[in-house]
Design a protein. Structure first.
Length: 154
């Protein structure tokens, strides 16, 4: 008996992908969202299968992500935010809550919830990482297809 493998699949046709973006630091997150949505289109995700939502900030991303993941037409959720260190401990609390909440949203829903939240020391570092956002689309499509393959194997 030969093993069955699950292959990387970056073909997004037929997948429903939600993108939830934090409005805080929108001069960064709006660019990230645009790159992500453009990449989803390149991967074959139809524009009518992409759901866009906004959250006030990174702290609020997990709840919206979880609710989107509960929808039957959504196969994966991408969370986009930017938390930039300041002079107070606020950065630590927001970054930790966003990280844990996004992970929990994926675990609880059983659907991929992609962590696209930049956590940087300064604005310059965040701007340098905007281009990473197209990789969030790749991760969402690959994970959604992997979950489908796992279901097909059972």
């Amino acid at each position: 008996m030969s093993p069955r493998s699950i292959d990387q699949n970056l073909f997004g046709k037929g997948l429903g992908i939600a993108v939830v973006t934090a409005r805080f630091n929108s001069y960064i997150t709006d660019q990230m969202t645009e790159l992500t949505v453009n990449r989803l289109g390149e991967l074959g995700v139809a524009s009518e299968d992409i759901v866009l939502a906004k959250a006030p900030g990174a702290f609020e991303l997990p709840l919206i992500a979880r609710r989107l993941a509960e929808r039957g037409d959504i196969d994966a959720v991408i969370c986009i935010g930017a938390v930039i260190r300041g002079d107070t401990d606020h950065y630590e609390f927001v970054a930790r809550a966003a990280t844990q909440g996004i992970a929990r949203a994926g675990d609880d829903s059983g659907k991929p919830v992609i962590f696209g939240v930049l956590t940087t020391n300064n604005t310059e570092d965040a701007v340098k990482r905007i281009a990473h956002a197209s990789g969030y689309a790749d991760a969402a499509v690959e994970m959604a297809n992997t979950i489908r393959q796992i279901h097909e194997l059972s």
